[in-house]
Design a protein around this ligand. Sequence first.
Ligand SMILES: O=C(O)CCC(=O)C(=O)O
Ligand SMILES: [Fe+2]
Length: 363
Amino acid sequence: MGEADEAFVQALGHRPKLSITEDEGIPLIDLSPLSSPNGANTKHIDDLVVEIGNACKTWGFFQVINHGVPLEKRQKVEDAMRKFFAQPLEEKRKVRKDEKKAVGYYDNEHTKNVRDWKEVFDFVADKRILMAASHEPEDKEVPETFNQWPDYPPELSRWREKRKVRRDEKEGGVGIMTPSIPKNVRDWKEVFDFVVKSPCLMPASSDPEDKEIAETHKDAGALTVLAQDDVGGLEVKRKSDGEWVRVKPTPDAYIINVGDIIQVWSNDAYESVEHRVMVNSEKERFSIPFFFFPSHYTMVKPLDELTNEQNPAKYRAYSWGKFLTTRKGSNFKKLDVENVQIYHFRVQELADKLERALSINSK
Ligand SMILES: O=C(O)CCC(=O)C(=O)O
Ligand SMILES: [Fe+2]
């Protein structure tokens, strides 16, 4: 392994500790009550709801099995993904995303202002991509762009053909996850972001002791559904003690995690949890994250039914479209300033009150 470009090297504080626990505690939830042939048994469904609620509170992460997504679909997507990423760079760059094209191939994303060691192909499962043109609140422009489809490999071209047929339908929808999203949940959203991510091959760091680097972040959307391969490497910061724990690769399971939007909607009852991916020195790693986003015009704020006088809203409303555009703008640059975060929308009065209370207590 040679010297890595400085652009890939995380600051010391963001680098992973090399001793990692593989935690059996990340909940593994069996979703079979949802597809029970004898009709849904309410008791089982109620238990499941409690189980999921607890997992969201305690971990912000869980894995699901018996989810009803056919294994063949996952295998097809994985196959297409491997073929796509195995192509020469110039082929992949033909479908590169840029300032005008919102989705496509890229290999230059930054986390915490440091370049990630990964390649991504992303697309949305809707016909059009509508994103705020800029972060300026008065700028109402919402340019329209479309998915980009490579000519090769053939699997991806077939998806493109399907989409031509579907062009007049109200909802498009490709990808393995779409059928598993309940109808009533789909109604409120417009954009599915579906990212195929690949080779996280071992980067070298300039520090000879530092064998691996990783990206550490929280997900900005509502929730994320992720398929990781058997190489593994996803790690979650355990809420109870801040230790990093590895999410065990589990055949045909999907990993679900709470994103920032659910944290805001739930007024902090469910927190978006910090996670990262360790790159592997021997093997390429592939993963398929599916980001569940609301429409760009959605104002994100704590839900009325979850707030009251005793539990006042902890966040001001923010525009999801503006937030995302601000994020995307800085995701590809090494900046000196921190990227926009949900805590920037925390209600100031509360922060002030807390500060006053603390200064009284410390007197
Ligand atoms: O690749 C993974 O396992 C996780 C990816 C992830 O956390 C993300 O893209 O937000
Ligand atoms: Fe993530």
